[in-house]
Design a protein around this ligand. Structure first.
Ligand code: APR
Length: 275
C-alpha cells in the first residue's frame, strides 16, 4: 500500500470514530516561513545569544537575574516571528478546521503566533508553550496581555531596551517587570496559562493524532504521542528526521511516518480529510 492509500485509510478510520482529530505541531511547521527551529542546524538552541548557553536564556532563573537581556532576546525573536508569514502547511490546517469544525483541535508548541495569523480559531488552538506576542505579570491569576505596540517589532539582535521600553514592559500593577508569556524550561505546564488538562483530555478522546515538525523533546507532547500509540488510534508523524515520535509511529498498529516537509505533506493530509 503506498503512502496516499495508507493516508486515505487512516483518515477514513479517524472520521468514522468519535472524538476530535488532534494536530500537534512544533517548530518544523514554521521552518518554511523562515522561523528558525530550536535544535536544527540554525536553531535557537544552537545559536542563541552571543554570551549565553541558549537554553539557559529560556528560564525563570535567568529572567530574575537579567530581565533586560532576556526581554531584548525575546523582542528580537518576536521580530523574527512577526516578519514571517503563515505557509501552505498552516493554511492547510485552516482548511481542515473549516470542514471538521468542532472535531478539529490544534495543540501547538510554537510561540510564533503563525497558526492564529493563518486563521486557526483561538478556541481550537492550545498554545501550550505560550505566545511571544504576549506578556503577563507574575501574579497568582495573571492577566495575559499583548506586548505594547509602542515596542517596535523591528528589533535587531543587539538592540537594548530604552527607558520607554522599560516603562512599557513594567507590571500593570506598578513596580517590577512583566515577563514574556512563554513556558520556560524551569517551569511547569498548567491549565490556566497553557491548557495542560485540556490538551491531555483531547489526547484521551482523539480519533487521530497528527504530529507535524517536532523533535519530541518536551513532556506534554510526549504524553500525547504515547497515549495515541497506546490507544491504537491513527498516529501520523510528519517531518524530515527520525525522532522518538517517528519511532512511536513505526511501532504503533495504526502508525504512519511521512518523511519530508510540512509543506509537502500537510496539504495532502488536509485533502484526505475532505478539505
Ligand atoms: N517540515 C516539517 N518538519 C521540519 C521541517 C519542515 N520543513 N524542518 C525541520 N523539521 C523538523 C525537524 O526534523 C525537527 O524534528 O522539526 C523539528 C524541530 O524540532 P525542534 O527544533 O526541537 O523544535 P520543537 O520540537 O518544536 O521544540 C519543542 O522545545 O525548545 C523547546 O519550547 C521550545 O516549543 C519548543 C519545544
Amino acid at each position: 500500500m503506498d503512502a496516499d492509500e495508507r493516508i486515505a485509510e487512516l483518515c477514513a478510520t479517524a472520521l468514522e470514530r468519535e472524538g476530535p482529530v488532534v494536530f500537534l505541531t512544533g517548530a518544523g511547521i514554521s521552518a518554511e516561513s523562515g522561523v528558525p527551529t530550536f535544535r536544527g542546524a540554525e536553531g535557537y538552541w544552537k545559536i542563541g545569544s552571543t554570551n549565553y548557553q541558549p537554553e539557559a536564556l529560556a528560564t525563570r532563573v535567568a529572567f530574575e537575574q537579567m530581565p533586560e537581556e532576556i526581554w531584548a532576546w525575546y523582542l528580537y525573536r518576536r521580530g523574527v516571528c512577526r516578519a514571517a508569514r503563515p505557509n501552505a502547511a498552516h493554511m492547510a490546517l485552516v482548511s481542515v478546521e473549516k470542514v471538521l469544525g468542532d472535531r478539529f483541535l490544534l495543540v501547538t508548541q510554537n510561540v510564533d503566533g503563525l497558526h492564529l495569523r493563518a486563521g486557526t480559531t483561538a478556541a481550537r488552538c492550545y498554545q501550550i508553550h505560550g505566545n511571544i506576542d504576549f506578556m503577563r505579570c507574575e501574579d497568582e491569576h495573571p492577566r495575559v496581555r499583548e506586548v505594547p505596540t509602542s515596542i517596535s517589532v523591528d528589533w535587531p539582535k543587539a538592540r537594548k531596551l530604552s527607558e520607554a521600553d522599560r516603562a512599557a514592559l513594567s507590571c500593570c500593577g506598578g513596580g517590577g517587570w512583566s515577563r514574556p508569556h512563554v513556558l520556560w524550561f524551569d517551569e511547569s505546564y498548567d491549565e490556566e496559562l497553557f491548557r495542560f488538562e485540556s490538551a491531555m483530555n483531547a489526547g484521551a478522546r482523539a480519533s487521530m493524532l497528527v504530529v507535524i515538525g517536532t523533535s519530541g523533546a518536551t513532556t506534554l507532547p510526549s504524553h500525547l504521542v504515547s497515549i495515541a500509540a497506546h490507544r491504537g488510534i491513527p498516529l501520523i508523524v510528519v517531518g524530515p528526521d527520525d525522532s522518538p515520535f517517528t519511532r512511536a509511529a513505526y511501532g504503533a498498529p495504526n502508525g504512519l511516518v511521512l518523511k519530508g516537509t510540512a509543506g509537502e505533506w500537510v496539504p495532502v493530509l488536509s485533502r484526505a480529510l475532505g478539505a
